[in-house]
Design a protein around this ligand. Structure first.
Ligand code: PHE
Length: 488
């Protein structure tokens, strides 16, 4: 069977951009900017983008396109002992998509609750008591929360029909699902700038406090944000690039993806802070109290702000439609990463069958997050996967390419196929900068988690968290050693 292909370069770019642009642009970037020095945050952010984000994205695009395989096959071709590294990346993808879909399920519940708006009044209790039906702690499961599970099922059916024909169906979906949230973001921006108070919001977002640049926290936040927002170390960008032809351009595609993604983050910041400025004007709550990250922003603060506007139902509907359409291309990109690796090894299997298997497995894995203690598990698992597994994959990836395969060899390939020539600085970034940055992030996080166990969870729960880090890592190391013995 010949390899699946994108129908055009635009489709590839849309798919890569769709994976990159997600909840991280909307609920993580603006929050970090607000918290870490406003406009001054752009300095570490842009430095992280150029020194780590762009080089790593280029690396992933290059190996996928050169090897014409998903993550497992690509790493195997770089060095036969490293195929387990692909497994490490794909395990992160699988774990993340299983709860990412649950967040989308909440968005769907809110979308359906927009007409008539069910949360006017107390949004906090709507989210925690009505939608999540949250128990008092992780140790009380509280049984299945059925509406969440039904919504999750619907989300998975949607995701399945986006990918069931591989690049063919993805190629059609991204033509709509990538521009749609950007247009909706534009509409919400127009709404924000016609509300009183938006300028105070923008002031908090942009007014630079330069002294924060001296704090190490700001730098680690910027580097990990770049890492997450570009969907690096999941095997996604490798899989997507493997559906390009091996002589397609790489350098330009990397810059376009990275710069557009960051521009959308910046734009999202204007929307989020504009609306929060209005809310602060209307309710008298200080802005610093409103600027929240994660589920708190999307499911509590923002819905409340929307309920204070004229036509609240309409704007809530648009907002949650935006969340869903932002999330869906990120979600199916995670599934595609896994699919690509399976299809490389099992060429005779139809895409539709592999997709159904992966979607079903991820749906089952997600059931734990639809219990009434689901949000605790989600928070716990998210903490460990995003802070450890991804960094570990990134570190091994740069060791493999920088030190074993040879950064210069890959750079020559990139230059062979690209219009924009890549300088020697890239080798330096791969071999040293990325390694130093990622190891620093890992060590900082580790010492924090050792000093103060994360989130005050009980020991057994933290044990689950650590095994999510250790099991894939040990499996990868074991496979590497076994392969090495076999090769000798
Ligand atoms: N890049 C996505 C975001 O910023 C996060 C994500 C990472 C989604 C990896 C899917 C896979 O929201």
């Amino acid at each position: 069977m010949t390899r699946q292909r994108w129908t055009s370069r635009t489709v590839f770019l849309l798919a890569a951009l769709g994976s990159a642009v997600g909840l991280g642009n909307l609920w993580r970037f603006p929050y970090l900017a607000g918290k870490y020095g406003g406009g001054a945050f752009l300095v570490p952010y842009l430095i992280a983008l150029v020194l780590v984000g762009v080089p790593l994205l280029m690396l992933e695009f290059a190996i996928g396109q050169k090897m014409q395989q998903g993550a497992i096959g690509s790493f195997e071709k770089l060095h036969p002992s490293f195929w387990g590294l692909g497994l490490l990346a794909l395990m992160s993808s699988f774990i993340i998509v299983s709860y990412y879909a649950v967040v989308m399920a909440w968005s769907l519940i809110y979308l359906l609750a927009s007409f008539p708006m069910k949360w006017s009044g107390d949004v906090k209790s709507y989210f925690f008591e009505d939608v999540l039906q949250r128990t008092d702690g992780i140790e009380i499961l509280g049984g299945i929360n059925w509406p969440s599970l039904w919504a999750l099922l619907v989300v998975w059916i949607l995701v399945y029909f986006c990918i069931w024909k591989g690049t063919k169906s993805v190629g059609k979906v991204v033509l709509y699902s990538v521009p749609l949230p950007i247009i909706l973001l534009g509409l919400l921006l127009l709404r924000a700038v016609t509300l009183p108070g938006f300028l105070q919001g923008w002031e908090m977002y942009l007014k630079p406090t330069w002294s924060v640049l001296l704090k190490p926290d700001v730098w680690t936040a910027a580097f990990s944000q770049i890492f997450f927002t570009l969907s690096l170390a999941f095997g996604i960008m490798i899989a997507y690039a493997s559906y390009k032809k091996s002589d397609d351009d790489i350098a330009k595609d990397t810059w376009v993806t990275a710069l557009l993604n960051s521009s959308i983050s910046l734009l999202a910041g204007f929307v989020v802070f504009g609306v929060l400025g209005y809310m602060s004007w209307k309710t008298g709550t200080p802005l610093t109290e409103l600027a929240a990250s994660g589920p708190g922003l999307a499911f509590v603060v923002f819905p409340e702000a929307l309920s204070l506007m004229p036509l609240p139902g309409l704007f809530s509907f648009l907002f949650f439609l935006m969340l869903l359409s932002l999330g869906i291309d990120s979600a199916f990109s995670l599934v595609e990463a896994v699919n690509a690796a399976i299809l490389d090894k099992q060429k005779h299997l139809p895409v539709a069958v592999v997709s159904i298997g992966v979607c079903l497995a991820a749906l089952m894995a997600g059931i734990i997050y639809t219990t009434r203690a689901g949000i605790y598990f989600l928070d716990l698992v998210d903490h460990f996967v995003t802070n450890y597994n991804l960094l570990l994959t990134g570190i091994f990836q740069s060791i493999l390419v920088g030190w074993i395969y040879g950064a210069e060899k890959l750079r020559r390939y990139i230059n062979q196929v690209s219009d924009w020539k890549l300088g020697k600085w890239w080798n330096f970034a791969i071999k040293y900068i990325i390694l130093v940055v990622l190891v620093t992030l890992l060590v900082t996080q580790f010492s924090k988690d050792i000093k103060i166990p994360y989130g005050g969870y009980p020991a057994w729960a933290l044990g689950i968290g650590w095994s999510i880090v250790l099991v894939p890592l040990l499996l990868f190391l074991f496979l590497m050693v076994m392969n090495n013995i076999k090769l000798k």
